[in-house]
Design a protein around this ligand. Structure first.
Ligand SMILES: [Zn+2]
Length: 110
């Protein structure tokens, strides 16, 4: 069995990859080391450091997501793409885009 909406998924994943790459560029800009030393006063300096670690965590998450998206993208067109590895049911598009790492349908993932 092969799902019929692979083209649609491909477009959506592509969009998501572009979006995620843009987010990564933005995060990288925000985590650049310059600017920290010139922050005025101790409090704003601490704020800057805190914000930076939050941004770094978000950056890591986005990089992780990008890897998964690219992996899923490489699977499009393969015979069992987008099918639950356990029951063989079609995994909804929304789930694939949101959680590209999911290899199970919602029921089997529980
Ligand atoms: Zn299943």
């Amino acid at each position: 069995m092969e799902r019929k909406d692979q083209k649609e998924i491909k477009i959506l994943i592509e969009k998501e990859i572009v979006k995620t790459e843009q987010i990564i560029v933005d995060y990288k800009e925000l985590t650049k080391p310059e600017g920290l030393d010139s922050a005025v006063g101790r409090v704003s300096r601490m704020d800057a450091i805190n914000n930076k670690s939050v941004t770094k965590a978000a950056l890591r998450q986005s990089e992780d997501k990008l890897k998964k998206l690219k992996y899923v993208f490489s699977l499009i067109g393969k015979p069992n793409f987008g099918l639950c590895v356990r029951c063989g049911n079609v995994i909804p598009i929304g789930r694939i885009v949101l959680r590209p790492e999911s290899t199970h349908c919602v029921n089997c993932a529980r």
